[in-house]
Ligand binder design. Structure first.
Ligand code: GRF
Length: 202
């Protein structure tokens, strides 16, 4: 299937997905990288890697207006799956519903702990011993939806927000390509709000 990666920033998860998808056996094609900000660092990185990249600006527009253009681009490009990777614009319930089961997000915490922003600072403030990242199917709430995959890391005594973020990010780059591959290969099932990954066809 043709996948679009939606970004707003530096795009390190996008790079991890592009690198994984460069392997001939990977079950998804990254057909488009799309940013809602013209100044996203990830745009240059995508172009350097030979990926088609474009901007649909969101600033100063209503969500409906922005999403109408976004939907038009995705339809024109024949996109079937959306992977949000540091995409910072909240999507309307209508848009989310249209992509139900076909849109995933990576979030830098072990959901349902710490949805939203500043997850690493909040994990440190909360004194948790384990922190990590989550890939989930996107449903209407922010950082909500059936969980596909998680990776945990220890919180260490001298951690700062930066050192903890770096430890989590390393796991994000490992986890996200694996989770997208499951979805692209048609192996993800949802039942009673929980996601399951079916065995690969023999
Ligand atoms: C990552 O930590 C991701 O989990 C969160 O935003 C950050 C994006 O980083 N949603 P990058 O743009 O992929 O480098």
């Amino acid at each position: 299937p043709r996948v679009a990666i939606l970004i707003s920033g530096r795009g390190s998860n996008m790079v991890a997905l592009l690198e994984a998808a460069a392997h001939p056996d990977y079950p998804a094609e990254i057909a488009l990288v799309l940013s809602n900000r013209a100044d996203a660092g990830g745009l240059d990185r995508a172009r350097d890697m030979g990926a088609p990249a474009m901007v649909v600006p969101s600033r100063g527009r209503t969500r409906e207006d922005f999403e109408a253009e976004l939907a038009g681009v995705l339809a024109a490009q024949g996109i079937e799956i959306l992977a949000l990777a540091g995409f910072m614009r909240v999507l309307t319930p209508g848009f989310v519903a249209a992509w139900e089961g076909r849109m995933i997000n990576i979030h830098p915490s072990l959901l349902p702990s710490f949805p939203g922003l500043d997850t690493h600072a909040r994990a440190l403030a909360g004194g948790v011993r384990l922190h990590g990242c989550t890939v989930h199917l996107v449903s209407a709430g922010v950082d909500e939806g059936p969980i596909l995959a998680q990776a945990a890391v220890p919180v260490q005594m001298h951690d700062t927000e930066e050192t903890l973020a770096a430890r989590v990010l390393e796991q994000e780059h490992r986890l996200y390509p694996a989770a997208l591959a499951w979805l692209a290969a048609g192996r993800v099932r949802v039942q009673g709000g929980r996601a399951y990954v079916a065995a690969a066809d023999a």
